[in-house]
Design a protein around this ligand. Structure first.
Ligand SMILES: [Zn+2]
Length: 354
């Protein structure tokens, strides 16, 4: 029986509060890795929400049949505050209207999985900080922590803290990830970093890295919400939980070897708009491009002979993501390209873009 609880987050003003449903599935045996899965920390990123919706009945069935060997906690929509943040009919979802902080930054980084020092709901701090503390309390202690996000228009990819690689190849294979981005330094307190922080001091060869998995999963682009993808992503998550022993299911084959290599974050080229205007893209996520190849044109002065500016690939590589809007201001991100050497222009090595 799925156990549902509703966490209440007190509002910052009289008469308001937010409610956060949490679903728990209890293992019959002990010892298998436990898992925590959440989606929509950025509230307008829904591929993970619909994947978890499809996964939950599979977890319930495993629990009912006595095949659930590790506890699983699911938070299908992790951010009720941002779920309501709309501006002129558009869902924002990424930054707090209260503090302008990215909802996937500024999580507390703890040295252990003891969360007793984190603020409770009666603490005199803003709701978003209490929500972050609440999510961390729910997640820390789980062996497998998956934070489901998506990009703008994008391939399916994951971030991993460097010591987890190559042990987390099984996740990349289970999900059919098309790229893996490995990072080592700081991400300004992304949820992933906070879930990984208690283990930071472990040496790279510690056997615990093989048991644990912590990641941000980027389930393609914001518009990639469909019955087929929800089903495929739920199956991918299920396959991973079987591979790690959290669920027993003899009908599920172990994931094949993931064929690629992890790309260091330093090799990610953020291709930015040299001018503001309308964007014509000449390449899409999944395309491999050569150094100097035309990937976009920005039309700054429509109708004028000199009115357009060419944007070229700074090095050869794979187009990972691109902007979904077709207008840009100067300096905004147009595309992410995965190169084979460190970017000469990367703004800040180590920062996740999740
Ligand atoms: Zn996100």
């Amino acid at each position: 029986m799925v156990e549902k609880t509703v966490e209440v987050v007190r509002g910052d003003t009289p008469g308001t509060e937010w409610r956060l449903p949490v679903l728990r599935f209890r293992a019959t045996g002990g010892g298998a890795p436990s898992a925590y899965l959440q989606a929509a920390l950025h509230a307008n990123e829904l591929p993970g929400v619909v994947a978890l919706h499809r996964l939950v009945p599979m977890l319930a069935e495993a629990e009912r049949d006595g095949r659930l060997l590790g506890d699983v906690t699911v938070v299908p929509h992790a951010n009720p505050i941002a779920a309501g943040e709309h501006l002129f009919s558009e869902h924002m979802g990424r930054f707090s209207f209260h503090s302008r902080t990215n909802y996937n930054r500024d999580f507390p980084l703890l040295d252990t999985t003891d969360t007793s020092g984190l603020p409770g709901d009666d603490a005199p701090v803003a709701a978003e900080k209490r929500l972050k503390a609440r999510l961390l309390k729910l997640a820390l202690g789980a062996d497998l922590v998956l934070d489901l996000h998506c990009d703008d228009e994008s391939l399916n990819y994951i971030y991993v803290p460097a010591p987890f690689w190559p042990h987390m190849r099984d996740l990349a294979a289970s999900l059919g990830s098309e790229a893996v981005l490995a990072w080592r330094d700081s991400s300004d307190g992304a949820f992933e970093e906070a879930a990984y922080a208690p283990y930071r001091a472990l040496p790279d060869d510690d056997p615990d890295w093989r048991r644990l998995a912590v990641t941000t999963v980027e389930l393609r682009g914001r518009a990639d919400v469909s019955p087929e993808l929800a089903e495929a992503d739920a199956l991918g998550l299920y396959r991973f939980l079987v591979a790690r022993g959290t669920i027993r299911d003899e009908g599920v084959e172990p994931p094949a070897e993931w064929p690629g290599e992890a790309t260091p974050l330093d090799n990610v080229e953020m291709i930015r708009a040299p001018v503001g205007g309308a964007i014509l893209f000449h390449a899409r996520p999944g395309d491999r491009v050569e150094e100097g190849q035309l990937v976009a044109t920005v039309i700054a002065s429509p109708g004028e002979a000199e009115g357009e500016v060419a944007v070229t690939a700074p090095q050869a590589g794979l187009i990972l993501t691109r902007r979904s809007q077709r207008s840009t201001r100067v300096g905004e991100d147009l595309m992410k390209l995965l190169g084979s050497r460190p970017s000469a222009t990367v703004k800040k090595p180590g920062a996740l873009e999740s």
